[in-house]
Design a protein around this ligand. Structure first.
Ligand code: EZ4
Ligand code: CO
Length: 405
């Protein structure tokens, strides 16, 4: 099963996706996602210049060896660009292996540990009552877990609140340079408790809630927030503080029993090793595309299981449907799976390019039994949607200090 060719595609069906196709001499091919939001072309160059030439002629079945060849075999390990490139190749090789075996990927990963994959939906609003109306819609649609984000009064834009722009997909092509947003921790604190107090008053305690702080707080502020929200019984609080220094979470953890979720930007197990082994978090949110593919996700999940940490893979729309379907196979098979973030399967244009059979029913997603990943990529349709340079926003405090976005 020699690798004959590897093709890289960049398309923008509303937002940019980097897609990798590994083709074998036998004609079997596999697909992978290599999208790093705002840094797409860096991964393309890394793949084309530094990865593809080394893989032609190798056996597509040697997933572990190829993974280590691209990770351990290079002097420059880790980092988002390298790991996204490894991830895409790894996904494509698992896709190939599944196709050759005639089995859906989850069967190769150990089979089903559950019947379906529980997901959480997003409720984003300009005001608290607007957010709560969105929660009501989510409950109506059958979701059992909802993430609540609300605009912060006094700030012009707030993370996760998209107003009438509705879905993230439309936003990206309109950012030729990074937009700037303002952050104020005190203004945020004036809003956030009311949000959950009113949410519990309206919906009771049957429904589960999460909230994403997007790393805006210092560790002691996170500790204060976790403590403040304890009585509202969150499933988890996501990314309260940056954990470049993983020790930060000791401080947060010692002050609060609000469960903590972290890791959507992590590239390897090393980024969260201390957090996991010291049981400083409850959910690890690494994504297949950014943490080195299916092989690495499985390893991280197994390590996390030793410390009672569950997986809650990142599910933002900047991960392509290929990553999402890879997550579904992992989620259905991983014993310590917790929950999957879900913001839809993609806009109309995206679904013209990426064709799959996953479906949502009653807040759960089901994956098809097609061999491999069970997703197709329409190269011709993709050509219509050309790459557009685009950036994530940056964040500043009200006095102009650059802050965590
Ligand atoms: O801002 O994926 O939980 N989800 C998130 C995302 C991130 C984007 C950045 O590319 O925090 O919305
Ligand atoms: Co997040």
């Amino acid at each position: 099963m020699k690798i004959k060719d590897i093709k890289i595609f960049v398309s923008c069906p509303g937002r940019n996706f980097v897609t990798v196709k590994v083709i074998t001499e036998d004609g079997v091919y596999g697909l992978g996602d290599a999208t790093v939001n705002g840094r797409e072309m860096a991964v393309v160059t890394y793949l084309e210049e530094h990865v593809v030439p080394c893989l032609i002629g190798r056996d597509a079945h040697d997933i572990e060896d190829i993974w280590h060849y691209l990770y351990r075999g290079v002097y420059w390990r880790r980092g988002p660009i390298t790991m996204a490139a490894i991830a895409a190749i790894d996904m494509a090789l698992w896709d190939i292996k599944g196709k050759v075996a005639g089995l859906p990927l989850y069967q190769l990963l150990g089979g089903k540990s559950r019947t379906g994959v529980t997901v959480y939906a997003h409720a984003n609003g300009e005001t608290i009552s607007d957010t709560l109306d969105k929660v009501a819609e989510c409950i109506e649609q059958g979701f059992k877990v909802v993430r609540l984000q609300c605009a912060v009064p006094g700030l012009t834009e707030t993370y996760g609140v998209l107003g009438d722009k509705k879905d993230y997909f439309e936003l990206q092509g309109n950012r030729p340079l990074p937009p700037e947003q303002t952050w104020s921790t005190s203004k945020y604190f004036n809003m956030v408790e009311d949000l959950f107090e009113q949410a519990r008053a309206r919906f009771g305690y049957e429904i589960e809630f999460t909230h994403d702080v997007h790393s805006r707080l210092t560790p002691i502020e996170s500790a204060k927030l976790g403590k403040m929200l304890e009585k509202y019984n969150l499933l988890f609080l996501e990314d309260p503080s940056i954990a470049e220094n993983q020790e930060n979470y000791k401080l947060i953890r010692h002050h609060t029993t609000t469960p903590l979720a972290l890791g959507e930007t992590y590239n390897t197990l090393w980024d969260c090793k201390d957090l996991l082994q010291n049981q400083l978090i409850d959910y690890i949110r690494v994504a297949a595309t950014h943490a080195g593919g299916i092989t690495a996700m499985k390893r991280i999940a197994d390590f996390a299981s030793v410390f009672n940490v569950k997986t809650a893979p990142h599910g933002a729309p900047d991960l392509s449907p290929i990553c999402f379907v890879a997550h579904m196979h992992l989620n259905i098979s991983t014993p310590n799976f917790g929950i999957q973030e879900y913001v839809g399967m993609g806009n109309e244009e995206t679904l013209k390019i990426f064709k799959h059979e996953m479906y949502l029913e009653n807040g759960m997603i089901y994956v098809s039994d097609k061999p491999g990943l069970g997703i197709e990529f329409d190269e011709v349709a993709a050509e219509e949607y050309v790459y557009k340079r685009s950036y994530l926003p940056v964040s500043r405090l009200e006095d102009g200090t650059l802050w965590h976005w």
